[in-house]
Design a protein around this ligand. Structure first.
Ligand SMILES: N[C@@H](CCC[C@H](N)C(=O)O)C(=O)O
Length: 309
């Protein structure tokens, strides 16, 4: 059994926060146990109070939404980064939009580059960091409603249909998502924030129609984009693997905009999705890659036991 200390860095993208471990430099024997222990919101890693050496945007919470194990391959142009996300329940996610944006900033911090190819289990995705390294953009692949690829336990797409008490649309944006539109945005006392997400999401997340489970999003169209600016959509997401609500979900933001377009709820291919942790700019063109852009920040660093058992 290994008991050595593993260096890590903590980053977040719009409040979706991750421990980052350099997989080339560090050997973590049981990655699932490492994630389960150190991501725990009650007893996991603690960045402590803010101080001058820490980024003032730190979320300041114990634990994390996952561990990113990263491997940099600088011999490619652009530099490639192999990304594996292990979630707080020990599962591995095929894709994570905010995680991939964090990967871009982490790789920028190590190499100084601003363009990267990120290898995920959902495919290779192009990513970039902006000039002052405060935001990152990632190509997200093409959202699909294809029942075989969501996946669904049926042959027809699931579009605006009742599932376990919510009316949902199912879409895969690298991982499976269920999107339910509700009336009233965040500023409405009876709107999206009045819903008990921890109560309504689990039956949908585990519904038989989703054989691999699903992340569950609530969304409310605040501005349909028919005026001057892009559409604005308030978002909340209950994440598979975290088994709770996160402050932001990037694949969820793309799913919300893709579903809004499919249902004809917004004009144009661009929208701002607004989870609690901050705004995400999303484009979902008729064909080709969706994109996801938003702030990313480094919080702090430290060491953690490799084998926490
Ligand atoms: N927070 C992520 C999504 C991570 C994967 C998800 N929990 C799953 O298991 O499907 C994001 O920003 O996309």
């Amino acid at each position: 059994m290994s008991t050595h200390a593993v260096p890590f860095e903590k980053y977040h993208g719009t409040g979706n926060d991750f421990l980052v471990v350099d997989a080339d430099a560090e050997v973590v024997g049981d990655r699932a146990a490492f994630a389960r222990t150190h991501c725990d919101r009650e007893t996991g890693v603690d960045g402590g109070d803010f101080d001058a050496e820490r980024n003032e945007e730190s979320t300041g919470r114990r634990g994390a939404d996952g561990v990113l194990f990263l491997s940099v391959e600088e011999r490619f142009n652009p530099t490639r980064v192999v990304m594996t996300l292990v979630q707080p329940d020990g599962s591995t996610a095929t894709m994570c939009g905010n995680g991939a944006r964090v990967v871009a900033l982490w790789a920028h911090d190590r190499t100084g580059d601003r363009e990267f190819m990120i290898d995920t289990q959902a495919g290779t995705r192009r990513a970039s960091v902006n000039a002052d390294a405060t935001a990152a953009t990632i190509e997200m692949g093409e959202p699909t409603f294809d029942p075989a690829r969501v996946p669904l336990a049926r042959d027809e797409p699931l579009i605006d249909e009742p599932v376990e008490g919510l009316t949902v649309t199912a879409v895969n944006t690298g991982v499976p998502h269920a999107v339910a539109f509700v009336d009233g945005g965040r500023s409405d006392p009876d709107g999206i924030d009045s819903v008990d997400l921890d109560a309504v999401a689990p039956p949908v997340r585990h519904a038989d129609v989703f054989p691999e489970g699903a992340n569950v999003n609530l969304a409310s169209v605040v501005d349909d984009g028919s005026g001057d600016g892009p559409a604005l959509i308030d978002q909340r997401t209950f994440e598979r693997g975290v088994e709770g609500e996160t402050r932001s979900c990037g694949t969820g933001a793309v799913a919300v905009v893709a579903a809004a377009r499919r249902l004809g709820l917004i004009d144009g291919e661009s929208a701002v999705s607004r989870p609690p942790g901050g705004d995400l700019e999303v484009t979902v063109p008729d064909r080709g890659h969706a994109t996801l852009t938003g702030p990313v920040a480094r919080e702090y660093e430290g060491t953690l036991p490799a084998d926490p058992r």
